[in-house]
Design a protein around this ligand. Structure first.
Ligand code: KIV
Length: 277
């Protein structure tokens, strides 16, 4: 990646653009993506090599403690997109269109996607395909880049009967592949594939010219995305496809216990941590 180091430590990366995603695939450079929901983490991510950030509707689960992504609303997504953009001036930012926000007709979807773009998103992500093909086309023709999302689509939790690997049967695999081809044909600039067998992720990635970003979709795709709190060990999620890079929850708990103990033994605050007259 072409980067220059600025004085404040923020890498002035050549920011990805929607067409840049396709170029990255052509040049076989894998894409790294992570979720983010607030300005504090965004400020950290902005200094890293991460290519692209997603304000996922997983926000409802990670930040608000909900059991699924279904309670996410457009106001929630808009506010968190704004917060992330405030801390992340230099990275391509995708915001999730939440549950049903793209299923109430084109004007309503344009309104919702417009709010996310005006809050600072560079693109929106939409789960599924059947029944909202025209909406996807309309958004793209309105200047809003769309990232698709197939396989395990968490907004379909109730119809899928829970969070399960998708595309294990031949027919289901063929359906996912034909929907992926259709999303490319409609003009999506990239596609997230979630929780599908590795061979299927590879087959779809090889069949498309747009990059496939996998989460539990194996090693043969064009990039990977993980939920930030999962990879930092700040959540309870223990799934096959999550690699936990640090034990964040333990680090935070240990820091808080040290703070408590410093208060009890009187070592906090110290002389250097108080104001003189
Ligand atoms: O909402 C989310 O975090 C997502 C990722 C898991 C891809 O959609």
């Amino acid at each position: 990646m072409d980067t220059t180091q600025k004085k404040d430590g923020v890498k002035n990366s050549i920011t990805l653009t929607a067409p840049g995603f396709i170029k990255r695939k052509k040049t076989h450079q894998k894409i790294s993506m992570v979720t983010c929901y607030d300005a504090a983490f965004a400020k950290i991510i902005t200094k890293t090599d991460i290519d692209c950030v997603l304000v996922g509707d997983s926000c409802a689960m990670v930040v608000y403690g909900e059991k699924t992504t279904i309670p996410a609303t457009i106001n929630m997504m808009r506010d968190h997109t704004k917060a992330v953009r405030n801390g992340l001036p230099n990275k391509f930012l995708v915001a999730d269109m939440p549950f049903l926000s793209f299923r109430k007709g084109i004007p309503s979807a344009v309104e919702a996607a417009g709010e996310l773009m005006q809050a600072g998103a560079d693109a929106v992500k939409i789960e599924g395909l059947t029944g909202h093909e025209d909406t996807i086309t309309h958004l793209i023709h309105s200047g809003i880049p769309v990232m698709g999302h197939l396989g395990l689509t968490p907004q379909f939790y109730h119809s899928l009967g829970g969070y399960k690997v998708q595309g294990r049967e031949i027919q289901a695999a063929q359906d996912i592949k034909s929907q992926a081809l259709k999303l490319e044909e409609l003009g999506c600039f990239s596609l997230v594939l979630e929780c599908i067998p590795e061979y299927l992720g590879g087959e779809i990635a090889r069949s498309l010219t747009i990059p496939v970003i996998g989460i539990g979709a194996g090693r043969e795709v064009d990039g990977q995305v993980l939920v930030l709190h999962d990879l930092l060990g700040l959540s309870d999620t223990k799934t096959t496809f999550v690699r936990q890079y640090i034990s964040g929850a333990d680090l935070v708990a240990n820091a808080l216990n040290s703070y408590c103990s410093d208060i009890s033994d009187g070592s906090f605050p110290s002389e250097s941590e108080v104001f003189s007259v």
